[in-house]
Design a binder for this molecule. Structure first.
Ligand code: F6R
Length: 616
């Protein structure tokens, strides 16, 4: 949450900053701002999106080869011009941009107020700007002059919370200072130029050499090079990595929205996720990232999956897969609950953290807790080099490619693909699966991308249904077994991008309460593909029909029974029922997408949301 960009080099900084902010806008779009150094700071900022800022910059002096920019997801203080970043300290010595939360800001603020500091915004970031300045000036007044970076270091040692920061200082105007704790920061190294950003997407156009800052790192960056130390002033050796990310992976490539592009990318994303790991001909499955811990994994007495949002829904599918294929008891928990409730974690328990971004603050904190308790903690992440893969001892990357639409789509199916492979690998090793079952599953998983392509070809039909139900104010999603998590995911997709209230329920739970809501105005989306509970779901559909609910059923190709009962049906190809989530979620993603488009909603940037939730 919040996107940060910094630049120093030979180019006009503004162009790099604005382009970079647009690439990071998925992290928040409440306000945007830039600052340039020179004889004095020039700071331009406004409520709204980067395009609003761009308008404002048209008649401004934006010359300069060094600067920084920020796109905000509001935490402290409403989205207003004053609360927009960059923030300048009261006496004008420092300008900063920040992603994260300063938890002890109130205490620091009242201390600074006692020292005469006045505040122009309600943000925790301005408190930090003033704290750095206070440390700097206070030491100067006492005759111990402190360099700008040392003042930053002293101030950061007083701070509790999380930050990714870029700082410019009046007294050292040719340097950018970058610091990280808890919130991601990447430095791109070009020829005679440096880029700083919250993730690599603003950087890849210029260079593929990057340094991922570690917690407590402080970098001072100038045209003469980069100096890396930590909060204790110990020199750090920069670890330069090459990133393998192509520009066209982060463009819309002719699609109207990122979300639609990402829905359509799912066959490719799943193939890339199993490529090199699963072989159809030789019936081979190997997850290289788990090699070092595999013997512990197959002996695990208990599996705990921790995640948030859509990743948590993937985790629920994982619970069904692990228990069925490995017979190891599995629990799934919201990372935000897990970290605060003193959970029972035994040494040797397997904890799987799932996160698309690899930066979700609650998931990271839950990992740290589980590690302390002696669990084996592994990750399933999409963003290479992000914090979660670095916090876990082993893991498997999903190769979905950058997910930019705020509503997660291809990350979900790639995560479920990895969970399926993990459960299959452990199940094969601990005999939870017979060899025949294992081999059949390889064939089934291998075929999933082609089947998704078939579903995508029916998008016009799904669009027509979307038009029919676009004006509803409520809706219910029902599923059983493996398809219950898909019902939850379908409901989440609808609420987050179209602002229609939606709830997901296990179909059998309907008569314990939610059935009271059903009338002719209530669309009920039922996941009703053929599996062992098919007859039960048919009965559930009849119960809804008897109360005049409008049924949209996701059925297996060729189903005639449900066709006669439902108002609309969407067909998906037949598959093993354990893999049905990978197919049935796709029409739900498309349905939400088209409903949101019909309602005129901003699909890629839904209100109040942002991707990569680096605050708790
Ligand atoms: C929903 C969505 C969120 C994320 C959640 C976890 O469409 O995108 O619910 O799934 O914020 O994010 P990650 O997976 O990055 O940890």
């Amino acid at each position: 949450m919040c996107g940060i960009v910094g630049y120093i080099g030979k180019r006009q900084a503004c162009e790099v900053l604005i382009k970079g902010l647009k690439r990071l806008e998925y992290r928040g779009y409440d306000s945007a701002g830039v600052a340039f150094s020179g004889d004095s700071f020039r700071i331009y900022k406004c409520k709204g999106k980067v395009s609003d800022l761009e308008e404002q910059l048209k008649d401004k002096n934006i010359n300069g080869c060094m600067g920084m920019g920020h796109t905000r997801w509001a935490t402290h203080g409403e989205p207003t011009n004053n609360n927009a970043h960059p923030h300048q300290s009261m006496n004008g010595k420092f300008v900063i941009i920040h992603n994260g939360i300063i938890e002890n800001y109130a205490k620091l603020k009242s201390g600074l107020e006692k020292e005469g500091y006045k505040f122009a915004s309600e943000t925790d970031t301005e408190v930090l700007a003033n704290l750095i300045e206070y440390v700097y000036l206070h030491n100067q007044n006492n005759g111990d002059s402190l360099s700008c970076v040392d003042a930053v270091r002293v101030a950061l040692n007083m701070v509790e919370g999380a930050y990714g920061l870029v700082i410019m200082s009046e007294d050292n105007p040719e340097k950018l200072i970058a610091a990280r704790k808890g919130s991601p920061l990447v430095i791109g190294i070009g020829r005679g130029e440096y880029f700083i950003a919250s993730d690599a997407t603003p950087i890849i156009e210029y260079t593929n050499s990057v340094i991922y800052l570690n917690d407590d790192d402080i970098a001072v960056i100038g045209l003469d090079g980069l100096n890396l130390t930590n909060l204790k002033k110990v020199k750090q050796i920069p670890n330069i990595k090459k990133i393998d990310l192509k520009l066209d992976e982060i463009e819309k490539n002719g699609f109207e929205h990122y979300m639609l592009k990402e829905i359509y990318e799912q066959p490719r994303a799943i193939r890339d996720t199993y490529r090199g790991r699963l072989n159809f001909e030789s019936k081979y499955l190997k997850l290289g990232g788990l090699h070092n811990v595999f013997s512990e994994l197959k002996e695990a007495k208990r599996i705990m999956i921790i995640a948030c949002g859509t990743s948590w829904h993937a985790g629920l599918v994982g619970e069904y897969l692990f228990e069925e294929f490995t017979r190891i008891p599995t629990e799934v928990e919201y990372a935000s609950e897990f970290r605060y409730r003193n959970p029972v974690i035994n040494k040797g328990d397997l904890v799987i953290a799932i996160s698309q971004s690899g930066e979700t603050a609650d998931t990271l904190a839950a990992i740290q807790l589980a590690k302390k308790a002696g669990a084996i903690v592994i990750g399933i992440c999409n963003v290479v080099g992000s914090s979660i893969p670095r916090e876990t001892i082993a893991g498997v990357y999903t190769h979905a490619g950058p997910e930019i639409g705020v509503a997660s789509t291809k990350a979900f199916t790639a995560q479920v693909t990895v969970l399926t492979m993990m459960a299959m690998a452990i199940g094969q090793a601990n005999q939870g699966l017979t060899e025949k079952e294992f081999e059949d599953l390889i064939g089934e998983l291998y075929a999933i991308p082609d089947k998704i392509e078939k579903i995508l070809n029916t998008s016009n039909h799904i669009k027509d249904i979307a038009e029919k139900i676009k004006d509803s104010t409520n809706s219910l999603y029902l599923g059983r077994g493996y398809l219950f998590p898909v019902a939850l995911e379908g409901a989440l997709k609808l609420k987050e991008i179209s602002y229609i209230h939606a709830e997901g329920y296990p179909a059998a739970e309907m008569k314990h309460g939610p059935i009271a809501l059903i009338d002719e105005k209530m669309p009920v989306i039922v996941l009703a593909t053929k599996d062992h509970s098919y007859d039960k779901i048919v009965s559930n559909i009849q119960e809804v029909k008897a109360r005049k609910g409008c049924i949209i059923a996701i059925v297996t190709e060729g189903d005639t029974t449900i066709k006669e009962m439902a108002d609309y049906v969407i067909e998906v190809p037949q598959s093993d029922f354990a893999l049905a989530p990978l197919l049935t979620v796709v029409p739900l993603q498309l349905l939400s997408y088209y409903i949101a488009v019909y309602r005129g909603c901003n699909v890629d940037q839904p209100r109040n949301l942002a991707k990569s939730v680096t605050v708790e």
